[in-house]
Design a protein around this ligand. Structure first.
Ligand SMILES: [Ca+2]
Ligand SMILES: [Ca+2]
Ligand SMILES: [Ca+2]
Length: 471
């Protein structure tokens, strides 16, 4: 779209015990009253294949490159301001910036500023138009002949809480000699005699390898899978440096939020913002996230901007930032992988009436994972930082309600694993069974686990609760 505008003129915790059916007469009969092996997702395997989310470093080699346009354009009114600035040498770590302010009076009006830049130096400029939805100003960089546009920022106006997205441009002097560039502030729509625009500019060295990328139409593709991704090879090299990324949120996904974070060891703090393009290609940018945190997403494109967050930029402290993007996975399933108690984690006695189940005493750790399955790869991932509620239910205590249930909660760790701990009441010893050399007294108890804010994601199991044995 470059040049288009300039030419044309922009649970309740007591869930569903009914589904946890403990046979009321299941005592000492010696019969297998039911078979639960099919219906329960019990793994009993500490090596269950649940993948830990492992963010990958993204590769920016697949960038889109549409940074310059070679359409000719003749500057009509050349208004030179006293804004000549030079960096003496590209070997010197330096940043010089400044600001001018002026007015555009009507559609088509323009102001031009010239600036001379030494070889290898990055020139950036940022236009802040008046906070007025009836105006649409744009910003261009012309080469020294005044006929070739080297970079163009032509966002359509959309007034966010802090105004419309700025127009920002940048160019690196790739020549061996100093070059004069022209910053061209143009009104695609409207003008004002009393509301001024502000044009900030900066020349800097060094800068990262992916400059210049100052506006969303040259955003670089940030690709990610369900495990997330990060980039740590770029920096904010001037007070007005903007680094842009675009992500595509697929329609088949197991998340509805993405967590975004940016960090740096530099004293120059960085911030991350996210925009969507309301105009589907004309870059009418609505801000949907103003700082790091969770971004609710729908299918489509989101534009991420990383920039300086401060007012006293220190050019001597330019360091890389890390931009991380992590899908907040929607839990789909919950699985039990094992237990622990005073009996240890491996106590699965043989010969008990209801087959192979864990046998507990004293306390009970209910151990497992909250999981989701990548719709594309079929890989099962643990879901981090999800609250889980677990119940121990002993119907042998039905005449003594205080002891018939124990409830615990836990939060999954970074791998999606949870350990829900409860202190057990005494066992009743409602079942007695002679095994080998002694009589065992125990209860047969239900286990119910579910994600705390969505009890429909649940699993059930049964355990033995050991009372004592006697010869
Ligand atoms: Ca604009
Ligand atoms: Ca940068
Ligand atoms: Ca940049």
């Amino acid at each position: 779209m470059t040049m288009n505008k300039i030419i044309s003129g922009i649970v309740s915790s007591m869930v569903i015990f009914t589904c946890l059916i403990i046979p009321s007469n299941a005592f000492a009969s010696g019969e297998q009253l039911f078979d639960n092996t099919e219906s329960f997702k019990v793994v009993y395997d500490t090596n269950a294949e649940i993948e830990q989310l492992q963010p990958v470093e993204i590769n920016l080699s697949e960038v889109i490159d549409q940074s310059s346009s070679n359409k000719n354009f003749t500057i009509e009114h050349e208004i030179k301001e006293n804004e000549h600035t030079q960096l003496k040498s590209a070997n010197t770590r330096a940043s010089i910036d400044g600001s001018v302010s002026d007015y555009l009076l009507e559609t088509g009006d323009a102001k031009i500023y010239s600036i001379t830049v030494n070889p290898s130096i990055l020139l950036q400029a940022r236009l802040t138009q008046p906070n007025n939805s009836n105006l649409d100003y744009d910003l261009y960089i012309f080469d020294s002949t005044g006929t070739t546009i080297l970079d163009a920022s032509e966002n359509y106006t959309y007034i966010n809480s802090d105004g419309t997205l700025d127009e920002s441009v940048g160019v690196i002097n790739q020549n061996s000699a100093a070059e004069t560039y022209y910053l061209y502030v143009h009104s695609a729509k409207g003008g004002s005699i009393n509301e001024a625009f502000t044009l900030d500019y900066a020349i800097s060295y060094p800068y990262d390898n992916f400059e210049a990328d100052e506006h969303p139409s040259v955003a670089k593709h940030f690709t990610f899978g369900i495990a997330g991704a990060y980039i740590d090879s770029r920096n904010i090299s001037s007070s007005i440096d903007s680094d842009w990324y675009v992500i595509n949120v697929p329609s088949t996904r197991s998340y509805d939020e993405i967590n975004l974070s940016v960090s740096t060891l530099s004293s120059n703090d960085t911030k991350v913002e996210v925009y969507t393009d309301l105009s589907n290609g004309n870059f009418q940018m609505k801000k949907v996230l103003s700082n790091a945190g969770n971004l609710p997403v729908t299918t489509g494109k989101f534009y991420i901007k990383v920039s300086y967050d401060g007012s006293n930029f220190n050019q001597n402290d330019v360091q890389n930032y890390t931009l991380s993007l992590t899908p907040v996975l929607t839990p789909q399933d919950i699985v039990i992988t094992g237990y622990n108690s005073e009996m240890g984690p491996n106590d699965y006695p043989s010969g008990y009436y209801y087959g192979r189940h864990y046998r507990a005493k004293g306390f009970l750790d209910m151990i497992g994972y909250v999981t989701t399955t990548d719709a594309e790869t079929g890989i099962v991932y643990g879901v981090p930082y999800t609250n889980v509620t677990g119940h121990y239910i002993n119907e042998a205590w039905s005449g003594s309600a205080a002891n018939n249930i124990r409830t615990g909660t836990s939060t999954t760790d970074s791998t999606g694993k949870f350990v829900v701990n409860v202190a057990l009441p005494p066992a009743v010893g409602s079942i007695s069974q002679y095994i080998t050399v002694s009589t065992h007294y125990y209860d047969y108890c239900g286990i119910l686990l579910y994600t705390s804010n969505n009890s429909s994601i649940q699993t059930q199991d049964f355990i033995y609760h050991f009372a004592y044995s006697a010869r």
